[in-house]
Design a protein around this ligand. Sequence first.
Ligand code: UDP
Ligand code: MG
Length: 255
Amino acid sequence: MMISVVIPLYNEEENVQPLLDELLPVLDGMKLAHEVILVDDGSVDATGARIAAARAAHPDRIRHIALERNTGQTAALDAGFRAVRGDVVVMMDGDLQVDPRDIPRMVEHLQGWDMVHGWRWQRRDTFFKRIQTRIANRVRNVLTGSDVHDTGCPLKVMRREVVERFRLFTGLHRFLITLARMEGFRTLEVKVAHRPRLMGTSKYGLLNRVFRAFRDLFAVRWMMARHYRLEARELGVEGAPKDLRKGVESEGRAG
Ligand code: UDP
Ligand code: MG
């Protein structure tokens, strides 16, 4: 089994090295093959240089993907997802707000699930941001018929098949649980630690988080309403027919 950790970074120069100082020992402790894919989302500070230095120090396990221009968190994650080589994909933010030490437990839970996602227990964000998220989660749950406490938690662990199924658009990184469930994957929520952001700044404010996410919610609702299960085979050809399937559970672990 190999683990691929995907981390989007936009102007996080002070966080790259502290992040790796925490993450790499955790991965070492898991005694599994791994790679860390650092995706520079068009940063204009020294993020790219810091990633390059880290790769020079650990060429065997750090990969450096650079977006031509700042394209957004979803796009940066997508670039990383397309590059993964592991069978287990971990996604997390690069600002150290989640704790890499939660990863091993989440990977263990993946035994019986397709995606294990965090619930930031005791959020360490401003009161204003916590209120925004609480309302956003409530509204999202009502409109998507879901019961997840923290859909926006940046720490998620998935089988590679899950990320291969994603067709992403800007903003959809906030809806990955819904998108995975829509495709028939089974998801589990587990409590994870949360810490205040010590360095760098948040890339979102009220306008580009709450209002955009609200609008995106209707797109996701539309996708759910229009989603179909496709089970089809080509007949009359030699050999085993190619399976033309979409959103169909894979032997007993989706549903
Ligand atoms: N990020 C990114 N591209 C962007 C905005 C953010 O790659 O256009 C990254 C950012 O560097 C961080 C993660 O996405 O690693 C989450 O961003 P942030 O911490 O600002 O979000 P918040 O925690 O405030 O929701
Ligand atoms: Mg953050």
